[in-house]
Design a protein around this ligand. Structure first.
Ligand code: KG4
Ligand code: ZN
Length: 337
């Protein structure tokens, strides 16, 4: 019998569903939430309410797009954490309710593991072991991936996540939330060498972005005091320069880990891996140092249920099931089973 998984992702501000048959994603639909833009970040209570409005139509549209019947689904997967507790509750409750009448098996998925396993949706798939830099709005992690479900956390951010740094710096530039994709857009036309921002000194494989953010804030305040139109006149160059700095911090550490651990397969994952500058920098670094590089398809970088489905498929193969009593987990390490 074919394994037909319905996967649900609701950990932050994207409501997503996917259908996966025997490891192939047939449909992956995400409803994003625009309500947060006015608040400069995700407003948790509004996120939960929007998930409740979106989840049924998103699941129905996904089943339709996959060209299957609701009764074909024989496994239900959900993001159990980490994430916003109220948002997670919506997906977890929906998955459990969907599975209950027919007593379908449930599979719980760790969101950060799923970002990494997004590499196993399309070809080329990485060989184990590989290094994955997972960069999202809530996390920045350097992970040694030993097998589908065997992860070692080598380092992580000590303060802001890379996506958070992008969003907060974008806010300093007067851009709306989420600012990361906008910095990417403007950076394409800017000069990355116009402004030189500091490179934080961090130990081991950890990261720190809050000092950089404060440095940008003070720099902008100083320049705006001299010229009220400074941001407007320099927006493209500011975006290109800060994007270059954030990305070079990330890639230099990934390269160092690759050299020190002698691992020649390196990957990026998570929302910030959608950044065109980061994708290009990873590829250039790979070519220069003879490393094999992996970048997920654009649609599997930011939060999506396709990655939850593929992670669930590998857990299904290992008969790693959840249960009707499962509750969301707000904090859940990538290396914790
Ligand atoms: O993985 P994700 O969708 O959600 C979390 O799990 O956090 O990541 C969202 C983050 C946001 O901070 C967003 O600004 C950032 O990813 N992001 C980008 C780009 N696309 C999304 N940052 C820079 N450039 C992009 N193109
Ligand atoms: Zn994410």
């Amino acid at each position: 019998m074919k394994t037909c998984i319905l996967a649900i992702e609701s950990s932050c501000d994207d409501t997503s569903a996917a259908i996966c048959i025997d490891g192939n994603i047939l449909a992956n639909i995400t409803a994003s939430q625009t309500v947060h833009a006015a608040y400069g970040g995700v407003f948790p209570e509004f996120a939960s309410r929007a998930h409740m409005q979106h989840i049924l139509p998103v699941v129905e549209a996904t089943i339709k797009k996959a060209g299957i019947n609701k009764d074909d689904i024989n496994v239900v997967a959900f993001t159990r954490g980490p994430g916003l507790i109220g948002s997670l509750h919506v997906g977890v409750s929906f998955a459990k309710a969907f599975a209950l009448p027919k007593k379908l098996p449930l599979i719980e998925v760790n969101h950060m593991q799923a970002h990494i396993l997004a590499h196993f949706i399309d070809e080329p798939k990485p060989a184990f072991p590989f290094l994955c830099l997972t960069v999202s709005g809530g996390h920045t992690q350097m992970v040694l991936v030993k097998d589908y479900l065997d992860f070692e956390l080598l380092g992580e951010t000590q303060d802001d996540a890379a996506g958070e740094a992008y969003d907060k710096i974008a806010k300093i530039f007067g851009l709306p939330y989420p600012g990361g994709p906008l910095i990417d857009k403007y950076a394409k036309e800017g000069n990355k060498d116009k402004f030189v921002f500091p490179f934080p000194a961090t130990e081991s494989y950890n990261f720190s972005f809050s000092g950089l953010k404060t440095n940008v804030l003070y720099f902008i305040q100083k320049e705006v005091a001299k010229n009220a139109n400074f941001i407007e006149e320099n927006l493209l160059d500011l975006c290109a320069s800060i994007q270059y700095r954030i990305n070079s911090i990330l890639i230099s550490k990934l390269l160092r880990a690759s050299k020190e651990l002698k691992i020649k397969h390196i990957a990026i994952a998570g929302g910030v891996s959608a950044n065109s500058g980061l994708r290009a920098m990873l590829e250039e670094t790979g070519e220069k140092h003879q490393l094999k590089t992996y970048i997920p398809a654009f649609q599997y970088c930011t939060d999506n249920a396709g990655m939850i489905a593929i992670a669930a498929y590998h857990k299904f193969l290992q008969k790693d099931f959840s249960h009707q009593q499962a509750e969301p987990i707000a904090r859940w390490g990538v290396d914790v089973k």
